[in-house]
Design a protein around this ligand. Structure first.
Ligand SMILES: CC(C)(COP(=O)(O)OP(=O)(O)OC[C@H]1O[C@@H](n2cnc3c(N)ncnc32)[C@H](O)[C@@H]1OP(=O)(O)O)[C@@H](O)C(=O)NCCC(=O)NCCS
Length: 186
């Protein structure tokens, strides 16, 4: 029996705190490299207040198909990123996941993969979903490698869907099935 679903080797997942997240998102989005690794929308500067209100509006919708988390280090409880699971339709058991470590000194040290493993454990062991899907930009090899380590496979690509710095770029679609995840636990 898993005693704490939300605790990994390096990080734990916590509930979103709009005040804290508003401040963090506002600061993280000033880092345009981070924004452009994560988001298809054009870089935009938002105040902490605007982010906080945006998160609070999400809560008002009381969406049973959206699972937002903060990512905290286990060593000193620092807020380093976010992770969200979204189920467009429950009946298909397919959920989308998004992740970002806004604190860039934590990139490449295993924290993101640990958080993604927690998300997969939650999706498969707790929600009993059938698959988890994500989209990643082709110019983000660190993310692609991290997702492969967590068990995702490349399933397809949206060709030339992004326009960045005068070049067209693909979005890769990656996925993992419940049965793939089960095999990794054996
Ligand atoms: C993507 C992200 C969540 C991954 O988490 P992370 O903690 O950095 O990932 P990890 O350290 O566990 O793994 C990264 C892997 O990529 C490898 N890597 C790093 N840079 C690389 C590069 N330029 N080319 C190829 N591999 C690279 C690392 O060596 C490591 O693999 P290894 O363990 O086999 O050596 C995190 O980097 C992040 O949030 N980045 C900024 C925002 C972002 O890109 N979000 C994802 C949007 S889809």
């Amino acid at each position: 029996m898993i005693t704490d679903l939300f605790r990994g080797q390096l990080v734990r997942l916590t509930a979103e705190d709009p005040e804290l997240m508003g401040k963090a998102f506002s600061r993280w989005y000033r880092d345009t490299e981070y924004h452009r690794l994560l988001d298809t929308s054009p870089s935009q500067l938002w105040s902490a207040k605007k982010f906080k209100e945006w998160i609070e509006k999400d809560y008002e919708k009381d969406q049973p198909n959206f699972f937002p988390f903060q990512i905290h280090t286990l060593s000193d409880d620092q807020l380093i990123g976010f992770l969200g699971l979204f189920l467009p339709t429950w009946s298909h058991g397919d959920c989308w996941v998004g992740i970002g470590l806004g604190e860039r000194e934590y990139w490449g040290k295993g924290y993101g993969t640990d958080a993604m493993r927690l998300a997969l454990r939650y999706a498969f062991a707790e929600l009993n979903l059938h698959r988890v899907t994500l989209g990643v930009f082709e110019y983000n090899p660190r993310a692609i490698r991290s997702y492969e380590k967590a068990g995702f496979r490349l399933e397809g690509r949206e060709r030339q869907v992004l326009h960045r710095d005068g070049q067209r770029c693909d979005i890769l679609i990656m996925g993992i099935l419940h049965e793939d995840w089960d095999r990794m636990q054996a």
